[in-house]
Design a protein around this ligand. Structure first.
Ligand SMILES: *Cc1c(COP(=O)(O)O)cnc(C)c1O
Length: 499
């Protein structure tokens, strides 16, 4: 399998190169050059496999420059019971007759990003070795909260790598912040940026494309790579759980092989749902991908109008990992639905940078809406959904997952479609316990409570266990207390690396 850039500047790259580089040198994103197709028979074979075997089957097709042994090493190191607190890795929970919850939060940091970030470091280290690169890899991450911690945890003490995470200083939850500033490991750094996620992401992109810095880094024996979902090595492991969820439903007799299902995905940077689109293209029987946003509803407007317009107020919501106005991975979808027209992609991305918006026109919009349905949930709707799901089903969901459930309800009302639907649950409710406790037990319940007390309360009142990764967070020592302005991110990198 070879890969090319959405901006047209590079092709025929191997997956090891693509994973090592992170982003293409022309600023584009890498996409596969050839199609991978799974027949129904092949999908049927997945039903008897465990998660690791399913991952081997799906990843093997895309990462074919890795030997089977190399891949096996990566997959079995990542998806082990010492890392995930469910032996199924991504278990499916039946919520109602038509609704299933795909629990993607059983990894060490309690968010779906673990599924990709537990395997990416292994893929990267092997890639660097295969390419006989000698530089130390510096992973730069911009995070709205969950990627940062998942990257720190995935890369901690991984030989030949350093990680620098930039998070919006006041734009992540208390638990998320504590998780990052208490991170252990000799090669990891987290930095609070005075700005929002888009500021952090723009800063990281600017550092990546800084030629002068790149050549100075090379002299000192460093090179940059990315652990954000612009890196193909982050995206491709996410395709696996769409197949895995489908195979589980077939294995349990909930659907027959070949039946269509929908997926509803709480969306920010468009990485998670894009993996679902790739699964659909590969032949997984998917009817609609329901793209769920919070009040930062750029994507809802885009899917409905064809105009991507980031010129709007950035809203801080109770689902902060989706507080994003520039969804990077949309570029890969646009490339696909324009029959791989790099000229158009360059034009639109240029307009977005210059003017703050672009219009893809009716034909492209129509193509997108064949696969996607977009909707959003307001703050009060999200909290009401958490309460309603708990009261009806005794099941506790986090704020992001609640956004997806609420938008799914709107989808059913709007379309009448009763196709069985899998909701992707992207975080443990404990990670956002303040909002969750407030939603279930009322404003009074959270008053004057520390984050730690809220975790305890959620656990006791709802009868669920605090995950290992979040226990005793308040007692851990703070190891990182650097902050910087959004214009000083480059300087901060230079000072951390001493270059
Ligand atoms: C990152 C994240 C999302 C958004 O996923 P994208 O791939 O950026 O669309 C949703 N929910 C949670 C909990 C997340 O951490």
């Amino acid at each position: 399998m070879h890969y090319k850039s959405t901006r047209g500047g590079l092709d025929s790259a191997q997956s090891a190169e693509v994973i090592s580089m992170g982003i293409a040198p022309d600023g584009g994103l890498f996409v596969p050059e050839e199609e991978v197709k799974f027949s129904l028979d092949r999908i049927g074979e997945l039903t008897d496999m465990d998660y690791r075997q399913r991952a081997m089957t799906v990843l093997g097709n895309f990462l074919d420059d890795y030997t089977e042994d190399e891949l096996k090493d990566c997959v079995y190191s990542a998806y082990s019971e010492s890392k995930f607190d469910s032996e199924e890795i991504t278990p499916v929970h039946k919520l109602g007759d038509n609704i299933y919850i795909l629990e993607l939060f059983h990894g060490p940091t309690c968010a779906f990003k673990d599924v990709a970030l537990q395997i990416l470091p292994h893929l990267l280290v092997k890639a660097v070795r295969k390419l006989k690169e000698t530089e130390e890899t510096v992973i730069l991450v911009a995070t709205s909260g969950d990627t940062g911690k998942a990257a720190l945890e995935g890369f901690k003490d991984v030989e030949g790598t350093r990680v620098i995470v930039f998070f919006p200083k006041d734009g992540v939850s208390k638990v998320q912040k504590l998780q990052m500033i208490t991170q252990e490991g000799s090669n990891v750094h987290s930095v609070g940026v005075e700005g929002n996620f888009d500021d952090a992401q723009n800063g990281v992109k600017a550092i990546f494309t800084d030629e002068e810095l790149r050549s100075r880094m090379k002299q000192k024996g460093f090179k940059f790579s990315s652990a954000n979902s612009i890196n193909w090595g982050r995206l491709v492991p996410q395709i696996v759980y769409y197949f895995s969820a489908y195979a589980d439903l077939v294995a349990r007799g909930e659907i027959k092989l070949g039946d269509m299902i929908n997926f509803a995905v709480p969306t920010g940077n468009f990485g998670n749902i894009l993996a679902g689109y790739y699964a659909k293209k590969m032949g997984l029987p998917v009817n609609k991908l329901i793209c769920a946003s919070n009040e930062n509803n750029v994507l809802t407007d885009f899917i409905n109008s064809g105009v991507y317009d980031k010129r709007r107020e950035f809203i801080k919501t109770c689902s902060p990992s989706m507080d994003i106005l520039i969804s990077s991975n949309l570029e890969r979808l646009l490339y696909d639905v324009t029959d791989e027209n790099s000229r158009l992609i360059n034009d639109w991305m240029g307009r977005l940078r210059r003017d703050g918006f672009y219009n893809v026109g009716e034909e492209v919009r129509r193509r997108i809406s064949q696969h996607f349905w977009g909707g959003y949930s307001t703050e009060s709707e999200t909290l009401n959904t958490i309460e309603a799901i708990y009261k009806e089903h005794g099941y506790v969901v986090d704020t992001h997952t609640a956004v997806a459930i609420d938008v799914y309800d709107k989808y059913v009302i709007s379309t009448g479609d009763m196709t069985k639907t899998v909701i992707l649950a992207t975080a443990s409710p404990f990670k956002f316990s303040g909002s969750v406790v407030k939603a279930v037990f009322g404003e009074e319940a959270v008053k004057d409570k520390s984050e730690f007390q809220l975790l305890e309360m959620l656990s006791e009142r709802c009868g669920i266990q605090i995950p290992k990764g979040l226990k005793d967070l308040e007692k851990r020592a703070v190891k990182h207390n650097i902050t910087c302005s959004r214009t000083d991110m480059k300087k901060t990198v230079e000072s951390i690396l001493k270059i």
